[in-house]
Write a protein that binds this ligand. Structure first.
Ligand code: SF4
Length: 376
C-alpha cells in the first residue's frame, strides 16, 4: 500500500508566515500542470508500480486554484499509471475564498472525497494580519457549503499562538467548528520561519514576536476543548471525531511509501531512500520538457532511520512500540532507547504502557524536543 502526493505550487497571495514552495504569479499554471502530468507518465525506477494506491493528496500551495479539467487530467494520468484502490481517500486542499457550491459539486463528481480547508481563524483582524486571502464570513460560509454539497469527510486547519490571538477567540474558533460538527481539525502553532514576511516584520519590530508560553497555554486550551467535545488527538497536531483520521497522513506516520509529483514534492520508498523535486517552477517545467525529473535524493543511514522513527512515532497517540523498534533496529539500540527515556518518564513527560512509549499530556507540547533528546 502506498500514497501519492501532488504539489500545486500557486497561491493568490503570500500569507505572512508561510515558507512552503509556491508562486503568486499564476501565468505558468497551465504549463506546470502539463509538466506535472508528464512527470506522472515518465517511467520512474524509484516507484514500485505494483503497490496499490490507497491515498492521493493534493497539497500546496493552493490546489483549489486548479480548474476542474486540470484536476481531472491529473487524476486520469494517475489512473493510467497506478493501481488506485476503488475506495482510495482522495484529499484536496482548498481555501475558503475558492469554495462555492458549483466547485464543490464538480470536485465531488471528479472523485474527490475529502477536503482540507485552510481557515486558520474566524477573527477578521487576525486573518488580515496573516495576509490570508479570505474573510471571516467566507470561512463561515464555506463550512455550510461543504456540508450542503454532501462532503462528510473534511478537515479544517487552525493556527494558534499568534500575537493577535486571544484565548477567548481561540475558544470561539473551536466553538464554531464544534457547532458545525467538523469531523477533523488540524491545529498548528504559528512558527516564525526564516525569510518569511513575518520574520522580517518581527526583526523590524513592526509586529510582536511569538510568545512560546502563550503558545503552550493555548495548546492546553485546545487539548481541553477537543477532549470535552469528543475529539481524539491521534497525532500532536491532529484531532478528529471517531472514524475520521486522515488515512494519508497516518500512512506517513506508519512509514509507508509515498510518491510525490510536482515541484518541491517529496517521495519516500518506505525504507531508506528519500527524494525531493526541485523547488523552482520554471526549472521543473523546463526539465520535464526534456523528460528529465529534476530531483535530489538521500539515503538515510541506520541512525537517521532510527531518529526519524522516534520523531514520527512519538507524535502519534499510539506512540512508539518497543517490540517494533527492536525488530526494525535490533536489541541494543532498543535497550539504549529505553534507558534514555527514563528521565522523561521521571519528569512526567513520557509514559510506558503495554510496551509502548508515548507522550503524557504534559509532554505533548514539548514532543519534538523530547524526541530530539532521544536521538542516537
Ligand atoms: S495559502 Fe497556504 S501555501 Fe499559500 S501562502 Fe498561504 S499558507 Fe502558504
Amino acid at each position: 500500500m502506498a500514497g501519492i502526493y501532488i504539489h500545486i505550487p500557486f497561491c493568490k497571495q503570500a500569507c505572512t508566515y508561510c515558507n512552503f514552495h509556491f508562486s503568486t504569479g499564476l501565468q505558468r499554471k497551465d504549463s506546470l500542470v502539463q509538466a506535472l502530468i508528464k512527470e506522472i507518465h515518465e517511467p520512474n525506477l524509484f516507484i514500485d508500480y505494483s503497490e496499490a494506491i490507497e491515498t492521493i493528496y493534493f497539497g500546496g500551495g493552493t490546489p483549489s486554484l486548479l480548474s476542474n479539467d486540470q484536476i481531472e487530467e491529473i487524476l486520469n494520468a494517475l489512473s493510467e499509471n497506478f493501481k488506485i484502490q476503488p475506495d482510495a481517500e482522495i484529499s484536496f486542499e482548498a481555501n475558503p475564498d475558492d469554495i462555492n457550491p458549483d466547485k464543490l459539486a464538480s470536485w465531488k463528481n471528479i472523485g474527490i472525497n475529502r477536503l482540507s480547508v485552510g481557515i486558520q481563524s474566524f477573527d477578521p483582524e487576525e486573518l488580515q494580519w496573516m495576509n490570508r486571502a479570505h474573510t471571516a464570513n467566507e470561512a463561515l460560509a464555506c463550512l455550510q457549503d461543504i456540508q450542503a454539497a454532501g462532503f462528510t469527510n473534511y478537515s479544517i486547519d487552525l493556527i494558534y499562538g499568534s500575537p493577535l490571538l486571544r484565548d477567548e477567540q481561540l475558544i470561539e474558533n473551536c466553538r464554531i467548528l464544534f457547532q458545525q460538527q467538523v469531523p477533523h481539525i488540524s491545529c498548528y502553532a504559528l512558527t516564525v520561519e526564516p525569510k518569511t514576511a513575518l520574520s522580517h516584520l518581527i526583526l523590524a519590530h513592526k509586529t510582536e514576536d511569538i510568545d512560546t508560553h502563550k503558545q503552550a497555554d493555548q495548546f492546553e486550551i485546545l487539548l481541553t476543548q477537543m477532549e470535552r467535545n469528543g475529539y481524539e488527538q491521534y497525532e500532536i497536531s491532529n484531532f478528529c471525531l471517531p472514524g475520521f483520521r486522515s488515512k494519508h497522513n497516518s500512512s506517513y506516520w506508519l512509514g509507508k511509501p509515498y510518491w510525490g509529483f510536482g515541484p518541491a514534492a517529496h517521495s519516500f520508498d518506505g525504507n531508506q531512500e528519500r527524494r525531493w523535486n526541485v523547488a523552482n517552477n520554471a526549472r521543473y517545467i523546463q526539465s520535464l520538457e526534456q523528460h528529465i525529473i529534476p530531483f535530489e535524493a538521500e539515503q538515510l543511514t541506520g541512525v537517521q532511520q532510527m531518529n526519524e522513527y522516534i520523531m514520527i512515532r512519538l507524535r502519534t497517540i499510539e506512540g512508539l512500540s518497543i517490540p517494533v523498534f527492536t525488530e526494525k533496529f535490533g536489541k541494543d539500540p532498543s535497550a539504549e532507547l529505553l534507558k534514555n527515556t527514563a528521565r522523561y518518564v521521571k519528569e512526567g513527560l513520557l509514559k510506558w504502557e503495554n510496551q509502548q512509549i508515548s507522550l503524557t499530556a504534559k509532554g505533548k507540547f514539548l514532543g519534538d524536543g523530547i524526541a530530539s533528546g532521544l536521538f542516537f
